[in-house]
Write a protein that binds this ligand. Structure first.
Ligand code: C2G
Length: 148
C-alpha cells in the first residue's frame, strides 16, 4: 500500500484544497493529512476561522482523506514520515523546494496550486461585503431618522 502524506491549515475549505487532496490521494492508496493546530497556526502567523476539531471533521468527511493527524510544529515531518510509514510527501508548489530534505526518507512531489482561490481571498471578500452592508444599514438608519 502506497502511503501519501500532506500538511496544511485547510481553513474555510475550498476547491484549491480539495483538488490538492484529491490529486495527492490519486498518487497512492492512502492519504494522511496533518492539519495545523490552532496553536501551530499562531506560530505560522495564521488564525483559522474554523477550529482544529471542525477542520479535522470536515476533512475526514472527504472520500480522498483516509486519516487526519495534528500538525503541531515545523519539525515533525521526518518523524511523521517514519511513524506513518510514508512513501510519498505531497504539497502545493507554493512550497516548491522547501521540503526537499524529506527526499532522504520518501518521494517528494509539489503539485501546481489552483489559481484564483485562497482562504485569504475569501476572508478579504467577505470583509468587503460586510463593510458594504454596514454602510448601507447606516444609510437606511439615517434616512429613517430624517423621516421621523
Ligand atoms: N493549495 C492549493 N491551491 C490553493 C490553495 C492551497 O493547491 N488555491 C494547497 C497548498 O499548496 C497546500 C494545501 O493546499 O499544499 C493547504 O494549503 P493551506 O491550508 O494554505 O496550508 P499552508 O498554510 O500552506 O500550510 O507544514 C506545511 C504547512 O502546514 C502548510
Amino acid at each position: 500500500m502506497k502511503k501519501v502524506l500532506t500538511y496544511g491549515t485547510f481553513d474555510l475549505l475550498h476547491k484549491g484544497h480539495v483538488l490538492l487532496l484529491q490529486r495527492a490521494r490519486a498518487l497512492g492508496d492512502h492519504l494522511t493529512v496533518a492539519i495545523s493546530t490552532d496553536e501551530f497556526n499562531a506560530i505560522k502567523g495564521k488564525k483559522a476561522y474554523t477550529s482544529w476539531e471542525d477542520r479535522k471533521m470536515i476533512l475526514e468527511a472527504l472520500a480522498c482523506v483516509d486519516e487526519v493527524i495534528p500538525e503541531n510544529e515545523w519539525e515533525q515531518k521526518v518523524k511523521d514520515v517514519k511513524k506513518y510509514d510514508i512513501d510519498l510527501f505531497v504539497m502545493g508548489d507554493d512550497w516548491e523546494g522547501k521540503f526537499d530534505f524529506l527526499k532522504e526518507y520518501c518521494q517528494v512531489v509539489y503539485l501546481p496550486r489552483t489559481e484564483g482561490v485562497s482562504t485569504t481571498k475569501i476572508k478579504e471578500d467577505l470583509k468587503e461585503i460586510k463593510a458594504e452592508v454596514d454602510k448601507l444599514s447606516q444609510k437606511i438608519e439615517e434616512d429613517i431618522n430624517e423621516e421621523i
